[in-house]
Design a protein around this ligand. Structure first.
Ligand code: ADP
Ligand code: MG
Length: 277
């Protein structure tokens, strides 16, 4: 006798014909996608597109900061409510609490969060110290944000977001304010954390090489109205354990960057060709 097949799980995130309008302006038009729920395996989606094409709006919808004008945003099959600790958001601007130390910042969310709230104070402290080590900040636990560099502050934001163990991590141009060497370090850090922890990640970036290094799937948006016009998966190589510099030397990486770059350019060309309003 064969066991009955387990029912298919609803997608981690599903957009069904999502449109967002601000007055007459259509920020997102009829966007649909599914991120399937694969056990112990989070997908990493990177998002590229011209400014104003609705990338942040997609993150805000998943975060629950914003509701669609029409269509549905579902998380695990349930329409999204307000923001919750199952989704973490990391912004370009460092969003640490200035009056709390590194350790205080990382434990703060856990103290508020219901699930992590079940941890004892000792358990929270241990998890925070572990994450601080994972983001390379051991020894800096007692410092305040103003005593840290931009890259270190962004590490604090990442540790704080991960402390409540979100299933979904939303990153909006997280490394845009960092210098190039720090950006590369942070890219490697995030890929390492993703491989170990396996959240589903959506990350907006302006860099083609960053999109290809971080993501397994690259979305390219167009404007007027905002839509996802390319969903590039097969061309994106995985480079586990490689630094961004080493990965970029691989022929498969160069080929992927070319495919993504060409798609991005087509989107830009069509935008320039479109009549301006
Ligand atoms: P992106 O992140 O791709 O640059 P956004 O998602 O932030 O774009 O915005 C998409 C479009 O919607 C932009 O043209 C922006 O000006 C507009 N928009 C975003 N939020 C609002 C708002 N609260 N009110 C009016 N227009 C908005
Ligand atoms: Mg944006």
């Amino acid at each position: 006798m064969t066991a009955p097949a387990a029912p298919a799980k609803p997608p981690v995130v599903e957009f069904r014909n999502v449109t967002v309008r601000f007055g007459d302006f259509v920020a997102l038009h009829d966007v649909s996608f599914r991120i399937e729920d694969v056990p112990n395996r989070g997908e990493f989606v990177t998002m590229l597109g011209p400014s104003g094409c609705g990338k942040s709006t997609v993150l805000n919808l998943i975060a629950g900061f914003q509701q669609p004008t029409s269509g549905e945003v579902l998380l695990h099959g349930v329409p999204v409510g307000g923001p919750d600790s199952d989704r973490g958001m990391i912004f370009q601007q460092y969003s640490s609490f200035p009056h709390l130390t590194v350790l205080g910042n990382v434990t703060f969310g856990m103290e508020l969060d219901r699930s992590a709230g079940r941890l004892s104070a000792k358990g929270r402290h241990e998890r925070a110290m572990d994450l601080i080590a994972q983001v390379g900040l051991s020894g800096h636990e007692g410092k305040y944000p103003h005593q840290l560099s931009g890259g270190q502050q962004q590490r604090v934001a990442i540790a704080r977001s991960l402390a409540v163990e979100p299933r979904i991590l939303l990153m909006d141009e997280p490394f845009s304010a960092l210098d190039e060497p720090t950006r590369l370090e942070m890219q490697e850090l995030v890929v390492g954390l993703w491989n170990r922890i396996q959240p589903t990640i959506f990350c907006v970036t302006h860099s083609i090489t960053e999109a290809v290094y971080l993501g397994e799937r690259v979305w390219i948006f167009c404007t007027r109205p905002g839509q996802i016009v390319y969903d590039i998966r097969d061309a994106i190589p995985q480079s586990p354990g490689l630094t961004p510099m080493a990965a970029q030397e691989l022929p498969a990486f160069k080929q992927a960057a070319k495919v993504v770059g060409e798609a991005f350019r087509k989107v830009g060309d069509s935008k320039r060709a479109a009549p301006s309003r």
